[in-house]
Design a protein around this ligand. Structure first.
Ligand SMILES: Cc1ncc(COP(=O)(O)O)c(C=O)c1O
Length: 374
């Protein structure tokens, strides 16, 4: 913990338990743990090591640089890079034994030339765009792309995948359509003699709501962290939130009625009040939009945020918690008592963004069950 006391506690036992729950749901499909963006803010290295110890067979990141950091820390499990290959990083990814995503002729050329320069075949997963319309090969180009690949023996197609756009929607129509398109693309590649070891499409919501989409591998991210894939969606039994962001009261100030708090004077005390100063602000990933809206947890009681959240500091009203003292621990978000989803709802966003927002300057401390902060 650094001197400020503002810390993101990550319960690795919860992540391991969530992973084992995912293995149960996957019913024999390999679970590819999505640990991009520093494991959704949970600390990718510690999370990857915990998963590897649990026997996790595969993981995925967004960038080759993230894969490099994992390998440098000793991670040995196969890694898929979701981002498109790029000249300088492609040969590094091949040396690291990572699979790379391809879906254009340019990607094929980059991978093939990197493979030649390294002297090793490049592992590739072909990304099919089945309706997300973000990245991937359209179904109409599947036949031509399969033909192209036969000219490049330097590329070993290990996987083919796509990504659901709407798998949390109770109406399955679009997910079914994406599945049909994916199946058709797989058939085109099969005709050209390309039958990858791993066909995969299911994210967390896919795994939960469309078990028939499991195929050879599933790619859950948010469920690993015990968070929800969509607003208002309660998780099944057995998933537990892994992250709790805490800080402490560094100062308490008594203010008379009529005094205003923080920039822009957006809060005025209606009574004599005890105002607690917390060393956390929007530069830590506690957004200014939470000003006068969110509350924190002190000694088991909620204390409202008063006035504007500043860059490094936030003020809370402690008047309703007479026992509160400087040095008291403050739960800012996470765990079971102040769910990430509560903050996400306030910000009109999703759990994913709230945990990814916690900035680099907040130390991540990885702990085990018996030390969990609630
Ligand atoms: C390609 C891909 N697969 C899988 C995932 C994991 O999704 P989720 O966290 O919803 O399970 C993501 C995350 O955005 C992704 O981009």
């Amino acid at each position: 913990m650094d001197h400020r006391g503002t810390t993101a506690w990550i319960n690795l036992s919860a992540i391991r338990a969530n992973y084992l729950r995912l293995v149960e749901l996957a019913k024999g499909s390999a679970v590819c743990s999505v640990i991009k963006a520093d494991a959704y803010g949970h600390g990718a290295l510690a999370v990857a090591h915990a998963l590897e110890r649990e026997g996790a067979p595969y993981c995925a990141v967004a960038l080759a640089k993230e894969a490099l950091e994992l390998r440098e820390s000793g991670i040995q499990m196969p890694i898929l890079v979701f981002g498109v290959p790029e000249h300088s990083w492609s040969s590094i990814a091949i040396r690291l034994g990572c699979a790379q995503t391809i879906y254009t002729e340019e990607h094929v050329r980059i991978l093939a030339s990197a493979a030649k320069s390294v002297g090793k075949r490049a592992k590739a997963h072909i990304k099919i765009d089945t309706g997300m319309n973000r990245q991937g090969l359209p179904l109409t180009k599947a036949k031509a792309f399969a033909g192209l690949l036969t000219d490049y023996p330097e590329i070993a197609v290990e996987g083919m995948y796509s990504h659901f756009a709407d798998a949390d929607n109770p109406d399955p129509a679009f997910t079914n359509l994406q599945m049909e398109r994916f199946t058709a693309a797989l058939a085109e590649f099969r005709k050209a003699g390309i039958v990858p070891k791993y066909r995969h499409i299911a994210n967390s919501a896919g795994l939960l709501f469309h078990p028939e989409t499991r195929l050879d591998m599933v790619r859950p991210g948010i469920l690993l962290y015990g968070l929800s894939p969509a607003p208002g969606l309660a998780l099944p039994e057995g998933f537990e939130p892994a992250l709790t962001l805490t800080t402490s009261i560094v100062n308490i100030k008594e203010v008379p009625a009529g005094e205003s708090i923080s920039y822009g004077r957006t809060f005025t005390a209606k009574r004599r009040s005890r105002i607690g100063l917390l060393p956390i602000g929007y530069a830590d990933g506690y957004p200014r939009a939470l000003s006068n809206r969110a509350s924190v947890l002190i000694r088991g009681t909620r204390a409202p945020v008063v006035g504007r959240v500043c860059m490094d500091m936030t003020m809370v009203d402690l008047t309703g918690i007479p026992g509160a003292r400087a040095g008291d621990e403050v739960v800012v978000l996470g765990g079971k008592s102040l769910p990430v989803s509560e903050i996400a709802d306030m910000l009109s966003t999703i759990d994913y963004e709230v945990v990814c927002m916690i900035s680099k300057r907040v130390p991540r401390v990885h702990i085990d069950d018996n030390m969990v902060k609630e």
